[in-house]
Design a protein around this ligand. Structure first.
Ligand code: CP
Length: 328
């Protein structure tokens, strides 16, 4: 299995054929060359989904544990499908019926699973940095499937894959990210990735939902959605995360939709061939109108489909990629 191509439109990164780290904890840790390697490998992985038999032996004999302490539809199922397509043995720990319900800690849960010698642990947890904790105490490769308000690296990688597939490049594109910026791990991973690959990122939301630390990314921040989407190549919407809000960040959901909701009229301010993205799950009628979510510019279900290929690429590369296959 070899990477499919280099990234069109991106200044040629130094070539790399492996990921440096044992784990994938965040985009912050990846170089532009490593990001391109994942995207190129995902191109090759995507072809497998079009075969009559969607399975390759790349991870035969490897065991992957999926450990989701927070709800998930897309990430959990696409990791499981990716693992199965690579022939890994997979185990999904049902948290509610596990000893976590008796008070067992994350660390003890991980060490217990680790004693059974899995090769990789895919972790979603409400605490920022949960993956870093497991990385320190586990021999297995840890893949962060979303940690609190910190990072969701595979989401940003599948977003970049989708943008690159549609636009042929990432560098130089105007990407407007609109929504609940403050609570979003998807935002942080995307800002790391988009700035590393040379996109022009804009963020937009109520002033109360603009994180104070975004200045370090060098992105443009505005509370005028028309300014954010004006001439944009990509409009990326983020869910209003009511479950993470302690107070009132805006007067009402109706007010939010009136001021920031992505309607067809607002999409028309972007480039004629702009694409509309959303990591899901969506609040229809809050951050996005149904006519946009289901409209011709939406690539939301393409993002879901690409999630499988990107997660296959991450699993494959962390297992050692072609070096692992040659040794097997
Ligand atoms: N985008 C995303 O992480 O969706 P899920 O919560 O359904 O996994």
């Amino acid at each position: 299995m070899t990477p499919a191509s280099t990234t069109p439109g991106v200044a040629a990164p130094p070539e790399t054929t492996t990921l440096r780290g044992k784990d994938l904890l965040g985009i912050a840790d990846l170089s532009p060359a490593e990001i391109s390697l994942v995207l190129d490998t995902a191109e090759a992985m995507k072809e497998i989904a079009s075969r009559p038999i969607k399975k390759v032996p790349a991870l035969r004999g490897k065991t992957v544990v999926n450990l989701f302490f927070e709800p998930s539809t897309r990430t959990r199922t696409s990791f499981e499908i990716a693992e199965k397509r690579l022939s890994a043995d997979t185990l999904n720990l049902a948290i509610a019926s596990s000893s976590v319900a008796k008070g067992e800690t994350l660390a003890d849960t991980a060490l217990t699973l680790e004693a059974m010698r899995p090769d990789m642990i895919v972790l979603r947890h409400s605490s920022s940095g949960a993956g870093h904790l497991l990385s320190r105490i586990c021999r297995s490769a840890i893949i962060n499937a979303g940690d609190g308000m910190h990072e969701h690296p595979t989401q940003a990688l599948l977003d970049a894959f989708t943008i690159r597939e549609r636009k042929g490049r990432i560098a130089g594109l105007k990407v407007a990210i609109v929504g609940d910026l403050l609570h979003s791990r998807v935002l942080r991973s995307n800002l790391h990735l988009l700035t590393k690959l040379g996109a022009e990122a804009w963020i937009c939301g109520p002033p109360t939902l603009i994180p104070p630390d975004v200045a370090r990314f060098g992105v443009r921040a505005t509370s005028r959605v028309e300014e954010a989407v004006d001439g944009a190549d990509v409009i990326m919407l983020l869910r209003i995360q009511l479950e993470r809000m302690q107070g009132a960040y805006f007067p009402s959901l109706r007010e939010y939709f009136n001021v920031f909701g992505m309607t067809r009229a607002r999409v028309r301010l972007a480039k004629p061939d702009a694409i509309v993205m959303h990591p899901g799950p969506m609040n229809r009628g809050v951050e996005i109108a149904s006519e946009v979510a289901d409209g011709p510019d939406s690539v939301i279900l393409e993002q879901v489909a690409n999630g499988v290929a990107v997660r296959m690429a991450v699993l494959y590369l962390l297992a050692g990629g072609a070096e692992h296959e040659e040794a097997a």
